[in-house]
Design a protein. Structure first.
Length: 170
């Protein structure tokens, strides 16, 4: 009997701990999202960084979605993409999907280097913007604005086309 009670308490505390961590994770990003909106409003549009070909998979709210795009850096210095914000989504995170031992793993990344005079494609199975907490699901064919924030204090903005959920590439 004591073993079952102890096992139950351990299991319950694990669930409670996991849920409290998730709550803290969401709260932390919620605060950061407000700060990022302010940062995006104050950032200067970049003359050397362009975002093109942006598209989003249409998924019903509250399911998270993903955004894909191409970033070109025509400048003489590497830049780091540090964040993205959108008024359509409560939270936008930069993620990377990697393969390890035949398994896909998605993890958040806090900066992505765009090389000088280079480009980086955010595409399915690789880097992408994780779009969460949609205020309402964007309609297929509509456009969603996203601002991309870089370590040099600049931003690049894109209009992202909403495509059907089964879209594989732009």
């Amino acid at each position: 009997m004591k073993i079952f009670v102890l096992a139950g308490l351990i299991a319950f505390s694990g669930v409670a701990l996991a849920n409290s961590g998730h709550s803290a994770h969401t709260s932390q990003h919620g605060h950061a999202a407000a700060d990022l909106q302010t940062q995006a409003a104050q950032a200067q549009p970049s003359q050397s960084i362009q975002v093109s070909g942006c598209w989003i998979r249409s998924l019903p709210a509250p399911a998270p979605s993903a955004g894909y795009f191409l970033i070109k850096n025509s400048g003489n210095h590497d830049v780091k993409l540090q964040a993205a914000v959108s008024s359509t989504y409560g939270m936008v995170m930069l993620h990377q999907t990697t393969q390890h031992d035949g398994m896909s793993k998605m993890s958040e990344t806090h900066e992505v280097v765009i090389p000088a005079a280079g480009e980086l494609e955010f595409k399915p199975g690789s880097y992408h913007a994780m779009l969460e907490q949609a205020k309402k699901a964007p309609a297929i064919g509509s456009q969603v604005a996203i601002d991309f924030l870089f370590d040099n204090g600049e931003k690049a903005s894109a209009q992202c086309e909403v495509k059907p959920a089964n879209t594989k590439a732009h």
